[in-house]
Design a protein around this ligand. Structure first.
Ligand code: LRH
Ligand code: MN
Length: 426
């Protein structure tokens, strides 16, 4: 199912009246600030988030998985679904592939389909946390950290193959996340596991094309429940520095122990020029992978406030990779991703409204109350008219979720694919 601007023009016409008056209200509200709302609208229109190839079907847990009907059964169909998301939002212009879950059979055909939807290939993800059916080695006791040199080499080889596939597709980065760790005290020698991991990552980095980046993703626990080799930002930061200047830390919002100050981690990594990118999602307890901004929207805003400050003040930190990493256990995957894109753009727009100059002055004067008021004034501003203006500017649906339902897209996908298809991934 291909969405065209014709599909959207009538819908947008109805939407336009209401949001233009809301936009005019914002223009009046910020007329006394040296702030260009048109510049913000342009930044929102240019902001592209990569969609994870592993999150286009119904997700699940060990307690069950409830299929959604019309799920994409191939990489080609997944690209078509991301094409629908991008046509509706004009913010989903990239895909992040997970190998081997989404290995491209026919690279040429896959590139053509992606191009036809205006989608580029963002970071490639290797998978050394599952044994493949034809596996010659087992990752049961780890991969890059494994005590068995042959298993480490097997995992390093897999990452080199993922880079090779990425080069053919035009990707420019590799994300390495390791499940490696232990379930019980005494099971692992922490130092040996970390040293093996560092050596293995260096061998992967050694084969990274000169114009590529490597992202090292950390996580405190799951699937190991006593220790994880790359457990926190500090360990990832250390390993990235040990590898080289094109190795960075990737922040998955769900990979933090409760109440961790993630915005401070973001500020620290940007100051050190080692923040590579994000896996956006939200969570109340663990790595819940629920809809972005659905549980802690203020925390997401505070993270974007540090990102906006960093993008203005830290030229030492390169452009960031923006990716979603979520799992859809009870929502239509495409509606869930539309909501996540909305939440990310809302947090970014609110952060762009922060009067950074006034904040800096209030911080210098230790005017604690004023600091909070400056932040919350931006956070409490309804910025959705700016997102609607950005989408109209980009030829997207002013209200993507309403358009998705109005056009009966899920019904059409079920008609095309049936109810039995199952998407690869989590
Ligand atoms: C690990 C993770 C990682 C992916 C996987 C699908 O929890 O966040 O980014 O490889 O999910
Ligand atoms: Mn992740």
């Amino acid at each position: 199912m291909k969405i065209t601007t014709d599909h959207l023009s009538d819908l947008n016409e109805k939407q336009e009246v209401s949001y233009t008056s809301e936009l005019q209200f914002l223009r009046n509200k910020f007329s006394n600030r040296k702030l260009s709302l048109d510049e913000i609208i342009k930044k929102l229109a240019d902001f592209q988030v990569a969609i994870p190839s592993w999150a286009l079907g119904a997700g699940g847990t060990r307690f069950g998985r409830f299929s959604y009907g019309g799920e994409p059964a191939s990489l080609e169909q997944k690209l078509d679904d991301i094409g629908i998301l991008h046509a509706l939002t004009k913010s989903a212009g990239a895909v992040s592939l997970h190998i081997p879950w989404d290995s491209p059979g026919d690279v040429k055909a896959v590139k053509e389909i992606a191009q036809s939807h205006g989608i580029v290939f963002d970071a490639m993800n290797s998978n050394t946390f599952q044994n493949q059916p034809d596996a010659k080695k087992t990752y049961k006791f780890g991969s890059l950290s494994n005590t068995d040199k042959a298993v480490r080499e097997y995992a390093i080889q897999h990452n080199h193959e993922v880079i090779k596939i990425g080069k053919e597709l035009g990707s420019k980065s590799l994300t390495v996340w390791l499940a490696d760790g232990a379930n019980f005290p005494g099971q692992n020698n922490f130092q040996t596991a970390l040293q093996n991991t560092e050596d293995s990552l260096n061998q992967i980095y050694g084969k990274l094309p000169q114009d590529w980046k490597m992202f090292i993703e950390y996580k405190p626990y799951e699937p190991n429940f006593y220790s994880t080799v790359i457990q926190d930002w500090g360990t990832s930061f250390m390993l990235a520095n040990a590898c080289g200047e094109r190795a960075y830390t990737l922040v998955d919002l769900g990979h933090h122990l409760p109440n961790t100050n993630i915005e401070q981690i973001v500020a620290t990594l940007m100051l050190k020029g080692k923040l590579g990118g994000f896996h956006f999602n939200d969570s109340k307890y663990g790595d819940d992978d629920v809809t972005v901004g659905s549980i802690k929207p203020y925390a997401l805003f505070l993270i974007f406030n540090e990102l906006v400050y960093g993008m203005e003040n830290n030229p030492q930190n390169p452009g960031l990779s923006w990716m979603i990493d979520a799992s859809h256990n009870t929502k239509d995957p495409l509606e869930d991703l539309i909501q996540s894109l909305e939440a990310i753009l809302i947090a970014y727009a609110q952060a762009l409204l922060v009067d950074q100059k006034a904040l800096k002055e209030a911080q210098a004067e230790n005017d604690v109350v004023r600091c909070q008021e400056i932040l919350q004034d931006a956070y409490r501003t309804d910025v959705r008219p700016l997102l609607k203006a950005a989408r109209e500017k980009s030829g997207a649906a002013i209200d993507p979720l309403q358009a998705y339902r109005h056009l009966g897209i899920r019904k059409n996908l079920i008609k095309e694919r049936g109810t039995k298809t199952k998407a690869t991934g989590l």
